[in-house]
Design a binder for this molecule. Structure first.
Ligand SMILES: CC[C@H](C(=O)O)C(=O)SCCNC(=O)CCNC(=O)[C@H](O)C(C)(C)COP(=O)(O)OP(=O)(O)OC[C@H]1O[C@@H](n2cnc3c(N)ncnc32)[C@H](O)[C@@H]1OP(=O)(O)O
Ligand SMILES: [Co+2]
Length: 134
C-alpha cells in the first residue's frame, strides 16, 4: 500500500527561524512560505535529493498543530508522509483494518495540490501518518 516517503514534517513555533537554519546552517534549498488556512498551518518545503522536509507552524485559531507546538516549543518531528497510488482505496483498507482516519475521513487537497489524509498516531507506533496520493 504505502510507497515513497514524500516528506518528514517538523512543527515549529518560528518558521522564519527554522527556514534560516535549513538555508544558512544546513545549506539547503527551501521554498517560499505557503499559508494553508484550510489546514491551519503555514509551510515551507526543504528540497532534498531523495525526499522533502516540511517545516510548518500554526496558522490561525484552532490549528491542529497548536497543541503539539505548545508541548514542543523548540520544535519536533510532527508527521511522516507516505505516497499511495489510490488514497480512497488505501483509506477504505485502513479503516477495515481498524485504523482511525482523522477529520471527516474525506481527503483534502494538501500543499502539493494532491489529496491527503491523516491517520491517528496511536495506531502507527506513535507517529502521525499522512497519506498523499502519488
Ligand atoms: C495537508 C497540508 C500539509 C501537507 O503536507 O500537505 C500538512 O501536512 S498539514 C499538517 C497539519 N495537519 C494535521 O496534522 C492534521 C492531522 N492532525 C490532527 O488531527 C491532530 O494534530 C492530532 C489529532 C493528531 C493531535 O491533535 P492534538 O495534539 O490537539 O490532540 P491531543 O493532544 O489529544 O493528542 C492525542 C494524542 O496524540 C499525541 N500526538 C499529538 N500530535 C502528535 C504527533 N504529531 N505525533 C505523535 N503523537 C501526537 C498526543 O501527545 C496525545 O497523546 P497522549 O499520549 O494522549 O498525550
Ligand atoms: Co505534511
Amino acid at each position: 500500500m504505502i510507497g515513497r516517503l514524500n516528506h518528514v514534517a517538523i512543527a515549529v513555533s518560528d518558521l522564519a527561524a527554522a527556514t534560516a537554519t535549513y538555508k544558512n546552517t544546513l545549506g539547503a534549498k527551501v521554498s517560499e512560505p505557503e499559508s494553508l488556512p484550510e489546514h491551519g498551518v503555514t509551510v515551507v518545503f526543504v528540497e532534498l535529493p531523495n525526499a522533502k522536509i516540511e517545516l510548518l507552524q500554526p496558522l490561525g485559531e484552532g490549528s491542529p498543530i497548536a497543541g503539539f507546538v505548545a508541548k514542543n516549543p523548540a520544535g519536533g518531528i510532527h508527521h511522516l508522509c507516505y505516497e499511495v497510488d489510490d488514497i480512497l482505496t488505501a483509506r477504505d483498507q485502513l479503516k477495515a483494518a481498524g485504523a482511525r482516519v482523522l477529520g471527516d475521513g474525506e481527503p483534502k487537497i494538501g500543499a502539493h495540490g494532491k489529496p491527503v489524509l491523516f491517520l491517528h498516531p496511536k495506531d502507527f507506533n506513535g507517529a502521525l501518518v499522512e497519506l498523499e496520493q502519488a
